[in-house]
Design a protein around this ligand. Structure first.
Ligand code: HEC
Ligand code: HEC
Ligand code: HEC
Ligand code: HEC
Ligand code: HEC
Length: 532
């Protein structure tokens, strides 16, 4: 153990040179003197309490995680020293040059951000209600004054991996690889290799999390914020772009060390867990906004946008579907419901078990349905708080908590993934609230992303892979499943790709026809291998 340890230190020093040497000194020093990492001079200038932070900042990570990806093919020395067999150390470059998260703050300074600021009468580059999702806050607070400038780096490493002060030194040791998730978490690291952990991190910004003050309100939407539509965790991970190598692609020794099981499909697990989590988190948001003392109920952003914002067309598909709930009343955002059934199925061992779970889910959501039906936008007192397990929202949330716990323990193999794929191709059954459910645009995207993610994880692929591919491509184009690529390779530019693509996405939405989607699902279900 201590020899490997030694190899690591030497390798890091040799490969990364003087900057790393300085870093090791810093690291050692940080351990001795935790509170003021900016040094004695700054500590004198700034009050000690204000400088106290568990976040070391992305510049620290860059010292080691900034290997040139282009040199990977030619530079084998690091691999020989086992320095990069676990992580490639190119993560910073991928993030900085290709990942939109690196420009998440810059878009606040762009034309749309500026306009939103004028309409909302706030300085969006300093407002925590924007920065909570567009930059790296320090446990929900602005960084200390001396480090305020780091906000411009947007959604950086520690936004997703957790504040690093306590895990910074131990995390470079090979022993850390096999440290249990709970131990990593104790030191502040979010073990995003785990499907549950990563789905929760992503959804906290891409759906919202009231506890972390990450909420897009209707006011923000009306000021121009792009709608946060469907978010299927695995599909978004694949398009982030990935700065990691999946375990399946790491070398034999690492796979053995981490007990790699080729039968286990982490991507499929992420789809099911992410689906159940999206529902849970959206109910938490609903309950939080229903009882927010600072804002009057209702928060329209928790309801189906297109219940209010759609063209009234006499022959439109919306008018033809069965009313969801009481006719004429806005219903909850639809897409988070769309993978709950998949999660229920995955957790069930038999058909009877599945039927029972469906009935239990219906029972668990019945009080919430009543609370939402009691008056337009629901009765906030009846909706209740997420923490109160007896409240109507609390009951549904507790049900999903238990389901998520079960799913997390279950393996997900090829046959389970195939069963999930087949299930996703069956037109959705009556929804949780007991009425027919036409698949709206966002739900169709959510479902189609899930299908693509599950299919991509299959290995080997079915014999008619190319025929299936044609249908998947049709879904990809028809629903605009490919997110816009980042156009500039420099995080100093103002970004804005999401806004630029919005016009086309909304056009696709307006011409979207559920019958077309159902027909593609049918085609796909005929092509997929039948169950044994
Ligand atoms: C001095 C070099 C160095 C610095 C600085 C550094 N890392 Fe690392 N990091 C490594 C090495 C080496 C590994 C792989 C260790 C191994 O092979 O087991 C690693 C692994 C990781 C992993 C994978 C851990 C796991 O549990 O799977 C993450 C995530 C990570 N680093 C994030 C960061 C972040 C975020 C920062 C900045 C706060 C940072 N690192 C700073 C050297 C460094
Ligand atoms: C938006 C969220 C997000 C940001 C920002 C982010 N990461 Fe990650 N990172 C992830 C996720 C998720 C994974 C694991 C994916 C998996 O294993 O399926 C990961 C994996 C890693 C790994 C393991 C790589 C491997 O090959 O196993 C390292 C190292 C790492 N990140 C370092 C960094 C560094 C350094 C930064 C900042 C420059 C950073 N990350 C920024 C989400 C993020
Ligand atoms: C701290 C908040 C935050 C977290 C955590 C976060 N994101 Fe993001 N993400 C954003 C913001 C803000 C943007 C928009 C940036 C832009 O437009 O430049 C974004 C953009 C993206 C995009 C591009 C979207 C598009 O429409 O082009 C993808 C893909 C993405 N995130 C995936 C993920 C994944 C996967 C995770 C979890 C591993 C994650 N994000 C975690 C805030 C976050
Ligand atoms: C209960 C009905 C309702 C719901 C649900 C609703 N809105 Fe609105 N929205 C309105 C009304 C009313 C206005 C003000 C219209 C006006 O000023 O002409 C508005 C204004 C807007 C505007 C300003 C532009 C415009 O058309 O006037 C945007 C953008 C917007 N909403 C987006 C959204 C999004 C995104 C959602 C879903 C997350 C949503 N709305 C949900 C009723 C609703
Ligand atoms: C709950 C997290 C969250 C909050 C709060 C939030 N945003 Fe965003 N914002 C996002 C995400 C996620 C995206 C990317 C959406 C997508 O992929 O479609 C985004 C996109 C944007 C974009 C478009 C970026 C582009 O690439 O075109 C702008 C501009 C923006 N947000 C500004 C703001 C402003 C201003 C505020 C505060 C008033 C704010 N946001 C609050 C999560 C958030």
């Amino acid at each position: 153990m201590s020899t490997t340890h030694g190899i690591y230190r030497i390798a890091i020093l040799l490969t990364l040179g003087a900057s790393a040497l300085g870093l090791w000194c810093l690291a050692a020093w940080a351990q001795v003197k935790p509170p003021n990492e900016d040094g004695p001079a700054l500590a004198q200038a700034a009050p000690a309490a204000a400088a106290q932070t568990n976040y070391l900042g992305v510049r620290r990570c860059k010292l080691c995680h900034d290997r040139d990806p282009k040199r990977l093919a030619t530079d084998k020395s690091a691999d020989e020293l086992r320095l990069t067999e676990y992580v490639q150390l190119t993560e910073f470059s991928t993030w900085y040059q290709h990942d939109k998260h690196a420009q998440a703050y810059k878009v606040l300074e762009g034309p749309l951000g500026k306009r939103m600021g004028e309409i909302l009468k706030t300085n969006v580059t300093q407002d925590k209600s924007c920065l909570s999702c567009h930059a790296t806050l320090h446990d929900g607070k602005l960084p200390p004054e001396s480090r305020r400038f780091e906000l411009v780096l947007g959604v950086a490493c520690e936004s997703c991996h957790g504040p690093s002060r306590q895990w910074f030194v131990p995390h470079m040791e090979p022993a850390w690889r096999v440290t249990p998730t709970a131990e990593k978490q104790k030191l502040g690291m979010l073990d995003v290799r785990q499907p549950l952990v990563k789905a929760k991190v992503c959804l906290s910004c891409h759906l919202g999390d009231a506890q972390q003050d990450r909420v897009v309100t209707h006011e923000m939407y009306a000021a121009g914020h792009p709608p946060l539509g469907a978010f299927e965790t695995q599909a978004f991970l694949d398009q982030m772009p990935p700065h990691w190598l999946p375990l399946a692609q790491k070398n034999e020794r690492v796979r053995k060390q981490l007990k790699y099981d080729p039968a286990d499909l982490p991507a499929a697990k992420t789809v099911a867990l992410g689906g159940a989590l999206a529902m849970r988190e959206s109910l938490k948001l609903l309950a939080a906004s229903a009882n927010d003392p600072h804002r009057p109920h209702p928060e329209l952003a928790r309801f189906d946008c297109y219940a209010c914002h759609h063209d009234l067309r006499p022959d439109g598909w919306r008018a033809k579907r069965n009313p969801r709930g009481i006719p004429g009343r806005p219903t909850l955002t639809e897409w988070p419901h769309s993978l709950v059934d998949l999660a229920l199925r995955q957790a069930s061992s038999t058909k009877d078990d599945y039927e029972k779970r469906r009935a239990d889910w219906k029972a668990a959501t019945a009080p919430l349905h009543a609370a939402l039906g009691a008056q337009p936008f629901g009765d906030p007192k009846l909706i209740g708080s997420p923490a109160d397990k007896e409240s109507s929202a609390g009951r549904a949330i507790a049900f999903l908590d238990a389901l998520i716990g079960e799913l997390d323990k279950r393996p997900y193999d090829q046959s389970a993934a195939l069963a999930s794929l087949r299930q996703l191709c069956i037109p959705p059954a009556p929804n949780d609230f007991g009425v027919d459910f036409a698949v709206d645009f966002d739900s169709a995207r959510h479902r189609a992303w899930a299908i693509r993610s599950l299919y991509a994880g299959l290995s080997p692929k079915p014999a008619n892979d190319s025929e299936i591919g044609v249908v998947l491509d049709e879904l990809t184009t028809g629903l605009r499943l490919a997110l816009p690529p980042r156009t500039a390779s420099d995080a100093k530019t103002k970004g804005g790709e999401v806004e630029a693509a919005l016009g086309d996405t909304l056009k696709t939405l307006a011409s979207y026809d559920p019958a077309w989607f159902q027909s593609l699902l049918k085609k796909l279900s005929e092509l997929l291998p039948k169950s044994p």
